[in-house]
Design a protein around this ligand. Structure first.
Ligand SMILES: NC(=O)c1ccc[n+]([C@@H]2O[C@H](COP(=O)([O-])OP(=O)(O)OC[C@H]3O[C@@H](n4cnc5c(N)ncnc54)[C@H](O)[C@@H]3O)[C@@H](O)[C@H]2O)c1
Length: 444
């Protein structure tokens, strides 16, 4: 069938165009023809400019800042890491995922070179589960810290494959080599403020990446049970405390929160249609050794030590900003208990065979601490006075306080946090000073 478009009106060979005899019409036709030509060439020119703009490095908002180019070009990011496959690689994958305890499971941990992923992978390995890590090692924060965590896992017998969760071919290959019983999905673009610089990275990892992973999980046989990280940020502007899983979560205060909330709805869909067993964990401000440099407790430590002023946010009317800081070991126990209590997925061949488990739990500490107290503790541990720069809480994603109601996790997972902020920060500071002691590793 002939396609019809406005370009069809333009004669390809103008000389053969049948002219009208009337001078007025003749003149009008010439005018129309020139106008059509002008429109055509202008259109072509603008299309060319548009293509050049898309291909230009300066078209991304982050390229003018210190952010890496590939983060703002999500479609290309994972294509850079196609270095997988082959018999030796498969052997490493199999060996890492081999179960070494009687009731063990084989777990694919995404985001394994991340803060929580490293701790969860190491803990699973310690108790004899088979673990394979997956991480794209993006440079949202210092990748050398991720590499150091990878080396730590390597020594513990965990292989971290370098790849992106959007790479479905890689995911399918991994499931072909190892029929994982569980997936611990921690890979994500974290951080609330960075969403204003690079929103695409949140869509890439937290939405497209999640769907890509669930697509593969729903189609493999047997389907794995999935435990994944949502976030306390889904409570957004909720003011009812402590935050309970039953509270409203439809007022996200950042794009990060919105992608996590969307993730919870996406999880519901895959559970409903395909029978995937899904458990979402709403972590509350996790901290500890091997932590994330973009989080306040981490960069406060760095800046206090280097004499740089630290920003301390204050809500309206000098209101206190507080966080339910949760120590990493407590979070790890919550993750492992979620994996242990996860029921099997019920689908096969991409089809649901019966109702499957769908859960959401808060994993917090249940005792919010003002950020000023966090600074007081750090000052004592570091033996350095902080230069406090009191500022108004900006409206760019941060909320005034978080406070978890954990009765559901207590009841169903036996979750019981045991580390207070003072004890946990002491362990963090000890790690920090040792890790950055030689001055060779960057604390940026
Ligand atoms: N740390 C916290 O306080 C906290 C609080 C709430 C929720 N969470 C969630 O917990 C999870 C782990 O957080 P974290 O603190 O360890 O963060 P992290 O940034 O240290 O770890 C995430 C890891 O995922 C990797 N990653 C990101 N996108 C990827 C992709 N597309 N493909 C493959 N790997 C990718 C990153 O390289 C990183 O190593 C995240 O889902 C985060 O949103 C964390």
């Amino acid at each position: 069938m002939k396609s019809i478009s406005h370009l069809d009106d333009i004669p390809s060979t103008p000389g053969k165009f049948k002219m009208d005899k009337s001078p007025y019409i003749h003149h009008r036709m010439r005018w129309h023809s020139s106008l059509a030509k002008l429109t055509f060439w202008s259109f072509l020119f603008m299309a060319l400019i548009f293509v050049l703009f898309l291909r230009s490095p300066s078209s991304s908002p982050s390229s003018s800042s210190s952010q890496p180019q590939h983060l703002s070009d999500p479609s290309r990011r994972y294509l850079q890491n196609t270095n997988w496959g082959g018999p030796a690689w498969e052997k490493r994958v199999r060996s890492s995922a081999r179960i070494r305890s009687q009731k063990g499971m084989s777990v694919l941990v995404t985001g394994a070179a991340g803060f929580v992923g490293t701790h969860v992978s190491a803990a699973l390995k310690r108790r004899g589960d088979g673990v394979l890590g997956l991480d794209n090692f993006n440079d949202y924060y210092d990748p050398s810290l991720k590499r150091a965590r990878q080396a730590l896992l390597e020594r513990a017998g965990v292989f971290v494959v370098e790849g992106d969760i959007n790479d479905e071919a890689l995911l399918r290959k991994l499931f072909e080599v190892v029929p994982f019983t569980h997936v611990m999905h921690l890979a994500a673009q974290a951080g609330v403020r960075y969403a204003m610089d690079n929103p695409a990275s949140y869509v890439h990892s937290n939405l497209a990446g999640l769907v890509s992973l669930l697509e593969v999980c729903k189609s493999v046989n047997p389907q794995p049970a999935i435990v994944w990280a949502s976030s306390s940020s889904v409570y957004g502007l909720n003011t009812k405390v402590p935050f309970s899983e039953k509270d409203r979560t439809d007022q996200p205060a950042s794009l990060y929160a919105a992608t996590k909330k969307a993730g919870e709805e996406i999880a519901h869909t895959y559970n409903h249609i395909y029978g995937l067993s899904l458990t979402g964990l709403r972590f509350f401000t996790v901290y500890g050794p091997w932590g994330r440099p973009d989080m306040a407790y981490f960069f406060f430590t760095r800046d206090i030590l280097s004499g740089k002023p630290i920003p301390i946010f204050e809500a309206a009317n000098h209101g206190t900003v507080a966080r339910d800081f949760t120590y990493i070991d407590d979070i790890v126990r919550g993750c492992l208990a979620s994996l242990d209590t996860a029921e099997k997925s019920t689908g096969s061949g991409g089809k649901k065979k019966g109702p499957a488990q769908l859960r959401v739990f808060n994993l917090g500490n249940t005792s919010p601490v003002p950020v000023t107290d966090l600074v007081n503790i750090l000052e004592k541990l570091l033996k350095v006075k902080a230069k406090r720069n009191i500022m108004k809480l900006p409206r760019n994603g941060d909320v005034q306080f978080t406070h978890a109601n954990i009765s559901s996790a207590q009841r169903e997972l036996g979750y019981k946090p045991t580390t207070d902020l003072q004890t946990g920060l002491k362990k963090f500071v000890r790690w920090y000073l040792r890790f950055y002691a030689d001055g060779k590793k960057s604390a940026e």
